[in-house]
Design a protein around this ligand. Sequence first.
Ligand code: GDP
Length: 318
Amino acid sequence: MSERNSQRVLVTGGTGFLGSHVLEVLAERGYNDVVAPTHVEYDLTEQSDVRAMFEAVHPQIVVHLAGLVGGILTNRERPAEFHHENLMMDALVHHEAWRAGVDKHLTVIGGCSYPADAASPIGEDTLFRGMPQAESAPFALAKAMSVVRAQAYREQYGFNSVVLVPGNMYGPRDHFDLHDSHVIAALVRKFVEARDAHASSVTVWGSGAPTRDFVYVEDVARVLVDALEQYDSADIVNISSGTQVSIRALAETIARITSYEGAIEYDTSMPDGQLDKGYDVTRMRTLLHASCDTSLDDGLRRTIAWFETSRVAGAVRL
Ligand code: GDP
């Protein structure tokens, strides 16, 4: 066993979507001292709890993935909570990790922290060049402070703190709640349920014209652990596939894989959001020597298979 994977790793948010996949990658790579407390054990918005967690766990490495996350509708309904909880969790976990003498801290922010008008594919240097989309700005700016914080602690204390930016993630264990999920989870659920009910049509939000850069969650988890092992820089790195696909093409692919035979309708009264959103993945390729290569077809097949099995077992977050 290498010296690295005998280190104690603290993962916050280990029961979450990305966190659960990161735990699997750590296990595959032989990390056998991984601690992943739940929010029942520690409230990460309270400094006393965060300090108690570090005193109890004594980690050498911290992967901070806990956060209050949700779709555009929830962000619109609860902007103060989304701002406060994320800002507090991120600041406290980072500060207490530094204070406890942790060797490395790694966290993620969402692509929604980039300016609303950033040109696609979005390069990392555009981060602070404009305001994020208004609806999610309280959340997105709180998360963007992770980048400021990592740079400040690196400059003043030499703290090895890394921030990554995953693209539009999808995969097994995503949230499949139709009110609040992202497009892939929503459409997988809609097409599977429509097929089973022999429904004559499925409704997709917006015009179908927007494009997104979808990335399979297991690819992100693998690259995240690569960065944990190899990367030590204040420069943020996009983690995505680097390819864009339209919502129309996505809907048609999911219809084909689920063997849905009805019509696909577009509800243009629902928002399209940003028209094109892709990520520049040059840094990921050159600095991390990594790529996210699971094809959309393969990733969708695995996601759909997981959804179909897990919903029977009642294990889907609906
Ligand atoms: P974001 O726009 O990048 O934050 O990500 P989303 O996954 O929420 O939406 C991506 C695109 O998919 C947008 O253009 C949506 O209008 C479109 N879309 C189509 N149908 C749905 C749906 O049922 N749910 C969601 N969330 N988005 C949908």
